[in-house]
Design a protein around this ligand. Structure first.
Ligand code: NI
Length: 169
């Protein structure tokens, strides 16, 4: 396992439509293990492959509980359907530095995907788990949570980011 570098907005790979996975091989397993390690080190609760510079349809989502630390689910080629209800809650993103904002999401979703071996997965997700999956699947479509904010909030963030990046130079 190895840590990978998390790319940050406005890196163009975050805007790429991720390619579906067709081969379930060791390279994919290594990518997933690296992504999980990178997510926990950050620390974060979800990570999409675009965020480590790989525009392929893979996400990892934390499922740790008090009893089982560092447990995560891998979703390959995930699809969301049957969104129900709506909840507005705060989100952040490892690829969008110093930005937290309220985003509206479905409260409940149906998810179909493959696991890292290529086996089909199908389940319902609710609340926080559903929110993370929606956020990560957005990444695979080249969408960031800031795209879901008002244009005013987005403009303010872009201004703030410009200042932060200038200060870092
Ligand atoms: Ni994110």
């Amino acid at each position: 396992m190895a840590l990978r570098t998390i790319v940050t907005y406005p890196h163009p790979v975050l805007r790429q439509e991720a390619e579906p996975i067709t081969v379930f091989d060791q390279e994919l397993k290594t990518l997933v293990e690296d992504m999980a390690e990178t997510m926990y080190q950050a620390p974060g609760v979800g990570l999409a492959a675009n965020q480590v510079g790989v525009a392929r349809q893979v996400v990892v989502v934390d499922r740790s509980t008090a009893e089982s630390e560092r447990t995560y689910i891998t979703l390959v080629n995930p699809e969301i359907s049957d969104g129900e209800g709506s909840v507005t809650d705060e989100e952040g993103c490892l690829s969008v530095i110093e930005c937290y904002a309220k985003v509206e999401r479905f409260r409940k979703i149906h998810v179909t995907a493959r696991d890292v071996e290529g086996n089909p997965l199908e389940f319902d997700a609710e609340d926080r788990y559903a929110r993370i999956i929606q956020h990560e699947v957005d990444h695979l479509r080249g969408t960031l949570f800031i795209d879901r904010l008002s244009s005013l909030k987005r403009a303010l963030y872009k201004k703030k980011l410009k200042r932060i990046l200038q200060e870092r130079e």
